[in-house]
Design a protein around this ligand. Structure first.
Ligand SMILES: NC(=O)c1ccc[n+]([C@@H]2O[C@H](COP(=O)([O-])OP(=O)(O)OC[C@H]3O[C@@H](n4cnc5c(N)ncnc54)[C@H](OP(=O)(O)O)[C@@H]3O)[C@@H](O)[C@H]2O)c1
Length: 239
């Protein structure tokens, strides 16, 4: 039986829409104190919204200070904010590459580094990084995106080795195709083609990703660290 988990202070980046919004809503439903970062808009009801851009360390620092003042030290951080700039390798500019890495990978670094200070002090922390099935599966037109997402695996595993003895876990959630603005941009024929390759025969929902994230942050997952948890209907099996 699942035991009720200890209420925690949670920060989710990019919690104003898509998967981040669903993750924040799930944490609220489970009784946690939840803040989201947003560049625009707001998190779900019951959350504290703080303005931050993950490409800007100063704004991340200010957002954490605001959350700490309002809700207490951040015990669970979910690095979710991410972008795509898809194009084939030969057409991919250096800026297409570095801007995606700067948001998805270096952005996660900025957020997790800032979160780790309080976690070390508390000798408790749950770090969840939102990667993608594409990180380990690969995808044409996504050299920048898949590189940024696979790098998160080494990132989480190094944190696990560095901070694992201090009560801190770091895990990866790797969603497959999830119904959000990001996948809605894909042409319909391409969406249908993708569905054929997913063993579950459908896209996932943001709520299904949120359940896995909340579980990794729960008391029940204290001994799980450095893991890659797929939420992809079987698409990425074997990687
Ligand atoms: N959808 C999928 O099928 C899928 C699959 C695998 C992995 N993922 C990953 O899941 C995460 C969420 O994706 P999603 O589908 O929910 O995407 P989305 O609907 O496009 O939302 C992206 C979120 O990231 C935020 N963001 C982007 N750049 C940012 C920045 N520089 N600073 C702060 N926030 C920033 C956005 O804020 P604004 O509203 O201000 O732009 C938004 O809240 C991403 O890391 C994505 O790579 C998604």
């Amino acid at each position: 039986m699942t035991t009720p988990t200890t209420p925690r202070t949670v920060l989710v980046t990019g919690g104003n829409r898509g998967i981040g919004y669903a993750i924040a809503a799930e944490f609220v439903a489970q009784g946690h104190r939840v803040a989201v970062t947003a560049r625009s808009g707001k998190g779900p009801e019951g959350t504290l919204t703080v303005i931050a851009d993950v490409t800007d360390s100063a704004s991340i620092d200010a957002a954490f200070s605001e959350v700490e003042n309002e809700l207490g030290p951040v015990e669970v951080v979910v690095a979710n904010a991410g972008i795509t700039k898809d194009t084939l390798l030969l057409r991919m500019s250096e800026d297409d590459f570095t801007s995606v890495v700067d948001t998805n990978l270096t952005g996660s670094f900025r957020v997790v580094k800032r979160a780790s200070k309080g976690m070390l002090k508390a000798r408790f922390g749950r770090i969840v990084l939102i990667s993608s099935v594409v990180g380990l599966y690969g995808s044409p037109g996504q050299v920048n995106y898949s590189a940024s997402k696979s790098a998160l695996v080494g990132f989480a595993r190094s944190i696990t080795r560095e901070l694992g003895a201090r009560g801190i876990t770091a895990n990866i959630v790797a969603p497959g195709f999830i119904e959000t603005d990001m996948t809605a941009e894909l042409p319909e024929e391409q969406q249908a083609e993708y569905k054929k390759s997913i063993p579950a025969g459908r896209y996932g929902s943001a709520a299904e990703v949120a359940k896995a994230v909340a579980w990794l942050a729960s008391d029940d997952a204290a001994y799980i660290s450095g893991a890659v948890i797929p939420v992809d209907g079987g698409l990425g099996m074997g990687h």
